[in-house]
Design a protein around this ligand. Structure first.
Ligand SMILES: Cc1cc2nc3c(=O)[nH]c(=O)nc-3n(C[C@H](O)[C@H](O)[C@H](O)COP(=O)(O)O)c2cc1C
Length: 197
């Protein structure tokens, strides 16, 4: 038995030394250093199912067309927000300002709406599509109807056609780089930008 454990540890260490484990894992972490150079913003994506309002932090959002205006978002399949967007086929977006505190990001980005009511005590309005739009720390808000979605392994990419927009303040939008370097924030496992720390 001891010999077996010794052999296992030896093989494991050799694999680590030559990066074989990394290769077996599909080069995940080898690729990450280059992918970390991608720029993102920081947003709250919201949706609803009859009485249940929910939202989550998202960095994986981009504008994908101008005429008509459209955006895409990448949402983890385990998230409550994913379930609500799949059902309602609508979502709202709040572009967060640099002033957004970590405690607020923590509520929407590190907790699930399955365990708490994220909208309790939060300043929000109901948009044209019925989706809630978070107004706290908002630079702008907009809402979209889902016109298509694509599988992306752990995540679903939803393509949304914009149906309404509003500029809320003239504050500076938070970038993901600012969040990492100034706010000193991290990303949980469900974020596409998760780094394991
Ligand atoms: C900085 C940051 C960025 C994130 N980006 C994403 C993202 O782009 N897509 C995603 O699905 N989750 C992302 N997350 C994770 C979700 O916000 C988190 O899993 C949330 O708790 C899901 O909540 P829900 O279950 O109530 O929907 C991010 C979290 C943080 C803190």
């Amino acid at each position: 038995m001891e010999t077996l454990i010794f052999l296992f540890v030896l093989v494991y260490n050799k694999c680590r030394q030559f990066g074989l484990l990394t290769i077996l894992r599909g080069c995940d972490y080898m690729f990450q250093e280059a992918l970390d150079k991608i720029s993102y913003g920081l947003y709250i994506v919201t949706s609803r199912d009859s009485e249940k309002l929910n939202g989550q932090i998202v960095d994986a959002l981009m504008q994908t067309a101008a005429i008509p205006p459209a955006v895409s978002i990448s949402i983890n399949k385990n998230n409550l927000t994913h379930e609500l967007i799949m059902k309602s086929k609508v979502f709202g977006v709040t572009v967060l300002s640099e002033e957004t505190p970590m405690i607020f990001i923590g509520r929407f980005g590190f907790k699930s709406g399955r365990d708490i009511d994220k909208f309790e005590g939060i300043n929000y309005e109901i948009g044209k599509t019925g989706t809630p739009l978070v107004l706290e720390y908002a630079v702008s808000v907009f809402e979209a109807e889902v016109v298509d979605y694509v599988d992306s392994f752990t995540h679903t990419i939803f393509v949304g056609k914009i149906v309404d927009t509003k500029v809320v303040s003239d504050k500076r939008p938070m970038t993901y780089l600012y969040y990492r370097e100034v706010v000193k924030g991290k990303s949980p496992k469900n974020a596409p930008t998760y780094k394991g720390k």
